[in-house]
Design a protein around this ligand. Sequence first.
Ligand SMILES: Nc1nc2c(ncn2[C@@H]2O[C@H](COP(=O)(O)OP(=O)(O)OP(=O)(O)O)[C@@H](O)[C@H]2O)c(=O)[nH]1
Ligand SMILES: [Mg+2]
Ligand SMILES: [Zn+2]
Length: 315
Amino acid sequence: MTIPEFSTGLIVRSQSGFFFVLTEKGGPPVTCQLRGRLKQGRREGELAAIGDQVVFTQLSDGTGSIEEILPRKSEIVRLDPRPQGEYRQILLANPDQAVFVFACASPTPRLRMLDRYLVIAEKQGLPAVIIANKIDLVGREQAEKIFGLYPPIGYPVIYACATPTQEGGARKSGQGVEELRERLTGKVSALAGPSGVGKSSLLNAIQPGLGLAVREISEAFQKGRHTTTVRQLFPLEGGGYVADTPGMRSLALWDTEPEELDGYFPELAALVAGCQFNDCQHKTEPGCAVRAAVQAGKVHPQRYDSYLRLRAGEE
Ligand SMILES: Nc1nc2c(ncn2[C@@H]2O[C@H](COP(=O)(O)OP(=O)(O)OP(=O)(O)O)[C@@H](O)[C@H]2O)c(=O)[nH]1
Ligand SMILES: [Mg+2]
Ligand SMILES: [Zn+2]
């Protein structure tokens, strides 16, 4: 009897119960399935996902059997309501950061949606970066009027233009593209943002063909039934991966209690201890440090408004 050889690798694509695993040795991904005993507990949710590090054994036909999923340091999870109960979908395992793309115009930026994304990132413990794309449509000054409130809170904003410009006959890559490439290199990034803001265009700008490849997968994701869902990590030439997470759009703040929400607004979280009441909702209570900070201009009114609306359960 031969002793099975164990390899470790990274799941870069998942599709209908098949996982494509890249090993450090390089070469094409090994098509793997989960070992039978791992499938117990499958009713509650997915066990393996893109971004997972796994241990697998090579079978004689060239495929692999996943024996173990190594502990995750982070994950982006969505709860999918199903007749037999909620199902835990893992959109991405082990992301290093979330990248949220919005346009300065067309479509009009909906900052409340951005705030909602930021809360989701905070909840999952992910650093977030904001891309303000289509800066060519409004100019830098106007773009900063829209997005300038975020850097002081701790969220970097990259002002970008995905479409290249012509300068003296030479094609010059758009503004912010280089900065975005640097931000992505060497990391696993979850990319999200409303439709039409230029996600695919930005990816194409940092790496030809990348946007197109990502779009194909995203479309498959949106059309797919649960079992035919395809998800993929796209390798970057300089190292690292990017994954489109269209499911993020419909990520509800499912298990967020109203009273923990202030903890996911970094600029509010720092103030809460100063409120007179422990259970202050920062609405009408006397001695509220949050409202005082809003009135003093230390907390941006838009962020405060987002907090109140999210807390009230509004979209
Ligand atoms: N003016 C301008 N137009 C842009 C820019 N980036 C993208 N566009 C245009 O905006 C439209 C949408 O761009 P996409 O890259 O397809 O947007 P997306 O975010 O991938 O959209 P979905 O795939 O639907 O989610 C296209 O017509 C692009 O040419 C930009 O920086 N400036
Ligand atoms: Mg796209
Ligand atoms: Zn308060």
